[in-house]
Design a protein around this ligand. Structure first.
Ligand code: CAA
Length: 258
């Protein structure tokens, strides 16, 4: 499939989607979002893929929704088309693990797309922010919600109300990112993490991420009950048997993703 705003690559069991509108710092225009959705749907349906990396350039993961494209829209327009809803949320519907690999700017919708992924790995050069307030609007794709759950109220308020950016180390301390990696060789280091994830059993990866995500939606007691049922459920999988037998036999497991 030929895309104009993204690149798609497959390395082993990892699918890599590179946002590729360098002249606009990967601003998330409708065409790019549509292509991202198609690529993710494709990778979700590809049995050989067990982890998906979304990344950008050295300068920008994405500098947000495309301001030039949305500046002339009226309230009726955005309401009518339900602007920035189902098409953007395709990232949250992935059942395979997703990693946002962020170098440079992840602003506005760029930060929001990164936060929709299961984890964020940041290059030392990464900068995160929700600058919508400077445009006379507010985050529109989960920024006020996912950021607050991730870093807490005070820092989320700071970012949303000032529009300032934070660097990778600050994002790490706040819990927004899982790891900060050197800018040089960033994607190779990201691939090591992605390969490690993709080396596990796909059905177990799927239910594991589902269980972690339930923590955002429910009480502790209900979440633990859900986790316990899913944990018990893994005992129905061939891969759970193989994983434990391999440990006992001091060999590497040979998962069949069943
Ligand atoms: N939309 C459209 N075009 C954008 C863009 C965006 N979000 N961000 C950058 N660009 C374009 C610039 O207009 C410029 O294009 P031209 O060369 O044609 O002028 C090009 O990308 C390079 O940008 P700059 O010259 O501004 O680069 P810089 O290095 O000086 O500054 C920056 C980088 C600080 C990221 C700056 O570009 C910037 O502030 N961008 C806007 C960030 C922003 O406000 N994002 C939030 C968007 S709203 C949103 O995302 C809503 C939501 O919640 C979904």
């Amino acid at each position: 499939m030929a895309y104009e705003n993204i690149l798609v690559d497959r390395k082993g069991a990892v699918g890599i989607v590179t946002l590729n509108r360098p002249k606009a710092l990967n601003a998330l225009c409708a065409a790019l979002i549509e292509e991202l959705g198609e690529a993710l749907t494709d990778l979700e349906g590809d049995d050989a893929i067990r982890c998906i990396v979304i990344t950008g350039s050295e300068k920008a993961f994405a500098a947000g929704a495309d301001i030039k494209e949305m500046k002339d829209k009226s309230y009726a327009d955005v309401l009518d088309e339900d602007f920035i809803t189902g098409d953007w949320e395709v990232v949250t519907r992935c059942r395979k693990p997703t990693i946002a690999a962020v170098a440079g700017f992840a602003l506005g919708g760029g930060c929001e797309i990164a936060m929709m992924c299961d984890m964020i790995l940041a290059a030392e050069t990464a900068k995160f922010g929700q600058p919508e307030i400077k445009l006379g609007t507010i985050p529109g794709s989960g920024g006020t919600q996912r950021l607050t759950r991730s870093v807490g109220k005070s820092l989320a308020m700071y970012l949303c109300l000032t529009g300032d950016m934070i660097d990778a180390e600050t994002a790490l301390r706040a819990g927004l990112v899982a790891k900060v990696l050197p800018a040089e060789g960033f994607l190779d280091a990201v691939m090591k993490v992605a390969d490690a994830v993709a080396g596990h059993s796909l059905p177990v990866l799927r239910v594991c991420k589902e269980a972690v995500n339930v923590a955002y939606e429910t009480t502790l007691a209900e979440g633990v009950r859900f986790e316990r049922r899913v944990f018990h459920g893994t005992f129905a999988l061939e891969d759970r048997t193989e994983g434990m037998e391999a440990f006992a036999a001091k060999r590497k497991p040979d998962f069949k993703h069943r």
